[in-house]
Design a protein around this ligand. Structure first.
Ligand SMILES: Cc1cc2nc3c(=O)[nH]c(=O)nc-3n(C[C@H](O)[C@H](O)[C@H](O)COP(=O)(O)O)c2cc1C
Length: 189
């Protein structure tokens, strides 16, 4: 049977992005479950600020590859840091470029499940950002996974070796990955 394809999109523009590290952990879990996973680190996309002109003249190999992967995907994980109570502009900019999928039939991410992860620096952070991400998913006609999560204390989640150290976060990200895998399978088959 054809494998479940998942696109993991996110991170920040920082070289050591904890958002990207959590996204990579979710990707690993999805691979363990048997999915084919494509990770798009938004830092490597190097997209200019969105305009229709920029989109039309786009000759970006990484972005073209991402769009192809999105078109063939059964589900997604989005991960953004919380910047001033919402998604980062860099994350939102990539989302704006998904306007390229507006004329698809069906458009955007229609009826595909999306797990959202919002990472903030403060103790109880990320919830406002998570709400924005769910709104973005719905506007792209996708289905936000119920176990989508907000994570606080973003930069202290990892040990010196870069390993996720919070058992609670590991449990919640595992739950999201398992749920997304099942949703993707049920909605595809
Ligand atoms: C410009 C900027 C704005 C931020 N705004 C918030 C905020 O509103 N709430 C919060 O909890 N953390 C905020 N933070 C902290 C980041 O969300 C946090 O450090 C996060 O882990 C960064 O993710 P990264 O390591 O992937 O870059 C902000 C950080 C920056 C750089």
């Amino acid at each position: 049977m054809k494998k479940i394809n998942i696109v993991c999109l996110g991170g920040s523009m920082e070289q050591q992005s904890s958002t990207l590290a959590v996204l990579k952990y979710a990707a690993l879990k999805l691979k363990e479950l048997g999915a084919d996973v494509y990770i798009s680190d938004i830092r490597t996309l190097k997209l200019p600020v969105f305009s229709y002109k920029a989109l039309r003249s786009m000759k970006n190999r990484k972005f073209t590859e991402l769009v192809k992967k999105i078109q063939g995907a059964d589900g997604f994980i989005f991960a953004s840091p919380e910047y001033h109570g919402s998604v980062s502009s860099a994350f939102k900019n990539v989302i704006d470029y998904l306007e390229v999928l507006s004329d698809e039939k069906p458009p955007y991410l229609s009826l595909k499940p999306v797990g959202c992860i919002a990472l903030g620096g403060a103790e109880n952070a990320g919830y406002a950002t998570l709400n924005s991400m769910v709104s973005i998913v719905h506007n792209l006609r996708g289905i936000a996974a119920p176990s989508s999560l907000a994570i606080g204390y973003g930069s202290s989640l990892f040990d010196a070796k870069g390993k996720l150290k919070s058992e609670l976060i590991i449990k919640r990200v595992n739950r999201l990955a398992e749920e997304l895998f099942l949703l993707a399978k049920r909605l595809r088959d």
